[in-house]
Design a protein around this ligand. Sequence first.
Ligand code: FES
Ligand SMILES: [Fe+2]
Length: 354
Amino acid sequence: MFVRNCWYVAGWDYELTADKPISRTVINEPIVLYRTADGAVVGMEDRCCHRGAPLSLGRLEGDDLRCMYHGLKFNRSGRCIEIPGQDQIPATACVKTYPVVQRHSWIWVWMGDAAAADPALIPPAVGFDDPDWILGSGQMDYEANYLLINDNLTDFSHLSYVHANSFGATEIWARTRPNITRLERGIRVQRWISGGVSEGVTRADRRAPDGMATEHWQSYDYLAPGVLLMQSATYPRGAQETFGGGEPDPSVIAPVSRNFTSQAVTPLTDRTSRYFFSWGPHASEGTKETAEAMMKVANMAFTEDRIMIEAQQRTLDTTPPRKDILTSADVGPMQMRSVLERLIRAENAAVAAE
Ligand code: FES
Ligand SMILES: [Fe+2]
């Protein structure tokens, strides 16, 4: 089951060039994406209404797309506007279109009721055009259901074990708990990490002079269907107390360093997912090279996650189902799952009432 009335990241905007359509599968639905002359993105079902050939193998003709099997041509609204060798075009000759918005360097596709597609529901990710951050980007395909990736990203206790090498994470991530609050379409996870010199701080983010005692602030929102927006900051020791354990104010105490990451988990099918991510330093504290170094670490870390989660998926698929024994670290994953279940229930109730 998937939330339908939701914006899903279908790709980076740089993946879609002006001259060629691309195919994407989102929640089991094949979609063709292409650009019109004005730079807008059209999303339609990647299945010709004639005999089912993929339109992503088609040819762009201006703002129209021609199926390259028998030549039916469709406009950006999905209406068939030409059938070679036939004058009459049936009114039913059309393909479904999807609302698409380009924002924050991502292409977002609305998978539900088109009338309900509100761009205000697009999570406030940070794109490459934001002057405050210098970001590198990447993506990774998973042979796993997206909920297992959501579980991973809403519980950082795994850093101590999965990312001891890449992020240099210590045991403190597993041995302390963040504050978690509910949001309308997700959760907010916040914590301070302290207890040693640069302890728990990601290796790529270490700008603190050798021997400087620091504390690490981390705050992220995790929003439906699986979008993580996180700011991390390193402060001199004592900041946590100054801010009463709450959110720091960089105008009161200058941070040693800050970084931002936007991440999106998109279910392609029931058992495959695509993970998009960007990460980098604050523009006043780093360079393109810093972002590149951070992306190397991120790729290493996210591969560690992928190996574990794909293995977990295989185990779950090959053993009889049984109840998980949850721990206090599972508050984030359980709350996020319940947010998605609530959204799905509300959609089903609205459909049933029609
Ligand atoms: S399948 Fe597209 S024109 Fe025949
Ligand atoms: Fe991880």
